[in-house]
Design a protein around this ligand. Structure first.
Ligand code: FAD
Length: 307
């Protein structure tokens, strides 16, 4: 049943059961916070003393919990929990042709190192996307994997945007106060399209990243050589937002996949991802070298796939 509770200091907590009710509440309270796992908002309210007045728990809204495996990819509701997402990808890779699930495999690997079991059991994919943490482990992967976000407004209008264009600044995303994230669409990878995840943290288990990344190339065989027809290189932990290495992407497209392209891309990356000496987070030299070594690892991994 839907619930509506009031707490001390005027705090209101709602548990609607349809997306229409969520949107109605959001229209009435544009500054309301949506909750699924409460693993971000709980910390903001308790430790950072953020005075949110209206909370809308959307964990039980069926439209936000959909999982649709389609011909062109998977649609994932924004309230789907990370454990469910991991199980979904594990199932999908046994059912679809291997070349379609390169991104799914990258997500499986990245999710293994995302927080711990308890957090993954309650935390949602939409909560991670909309918090837009600069060190989100998943957002660089959504960008690299060409994911699309479906957004619904209070009048029921739906628009779609590429993950690549969704992150605007420090914890700032392309959502107005009368919009919510409905779902994420992850397309299948094409033949000879490869997606890979990267994360470096102090500990392997349950630790936030120092640098994370998602990378993708699509290769085509031309006169016995591999040519890059599409690419995407996205990082977390190097800027206030999940960042696309645009110049590197442009450099890669059209080039042959060989040692020269590796050297060239490493050079371009150094001008693409710039960390100032006093960048928040420190460890500037280490983070710079991680951005390069991730690409180096990616190059070796892809080369091995096409051997
Ligand atoms: P909630 O706290 O419920 O909501 C988060 C925010 O998203 C709110 O502002 C809410 O308004 C907004 N929101 C939620 N759904 C929607 C929607 N449909 N439309 C619009 N806005 C929406 N993150 C990592 O990336 N990697 C880690 O390794 C990691 N480890 C963690 C470890 C711990 C111990 C903790 C506490 C957190 C960790 N996190 C990590 C961060 C966090 O767990 C994730 O970001 C998680 O996915 C948030 O999901 P949630 O459902 O709990 O979000």
């Amino acid at each position: 049943t839907p619930l509506n509770l009031s707490g001390l200091g005027g705090l209101k907590w709602y548990r609607p059961l349809t997306v229409n009710d969520v949107l109605e509440l959001k229209e009435k309270y544009p500054n309301a916070k949506l909750l699924v796992g409460n693993t971000e908002v709980g910390i903001e309210m308790r430790l950072k003393r953020m005075p949110y007045q209206v909370l809308i728990s959307v964990a039980h809204v069926p439209e936000l919990n959909i999982i649709n495996v389609k011909d062109d990819g998977i649609e994932i509701g924004s309230a789907v929990r990370l454990t469910e997402l991991l199980n979904l990808f594990r199932e999908v890779i046994t059912q679809r042709p291997a070349n379609e699930t390169s991104a799914c495999k990258a997500f499986i690997e990245q999710l293994k190192w995302f927080a711990g079991t308890q957090i993954r059991n309650v935390a949602s994919v939409g909560g991670n996307v909309c918090t837009a943490s600069p060190i989100s482990d998943l957002n660089p992967l959504w960008i690299a994997a060409r994911a699309k976000f479906r957004i619904i407004d209070c009048n029921g209008n739906i628009r779609t945007t590429l993950a690549e264009n969704f992150f605007l600044g420090y914890r700032k995303v392309d959502l107005t106060s009368n919009e919510i994230l409905l779902s994420i669409f992850l397309p299948w990878t094409r033949p000879f399209e490869y997606v890979k995840e990267f994360k470096q943290a102090h500990r392997r288990d349950d630790d936030i990243a120092i640098v994370t990344a998602g990378m993708r190339v699509c290769l085509q065989e031309k006169s016995e050589e591999w040519v890059i027809s599409d690419a995407s290189v996205a990082y977390g932990g190097v800027a206030p937002l999940s960042l696309c290495a645009i110049k590197t992407k442009e450099f890669l497209i059209g080039k042959k996949w060989n040692q020269d392209v590796l050297q060239g891309a490493l050079n371009v990356l150094q001008t693409d991802i710039v960390l100032k000496e006093d960048a928040p987070g420190g460890m500037v030299e280490f983070r710079k070298s991680l951005t390069l070594s991730f690409f180096f690892k990616f190059f070796l991994w892809v080369s091995h796939q096409i051997e």
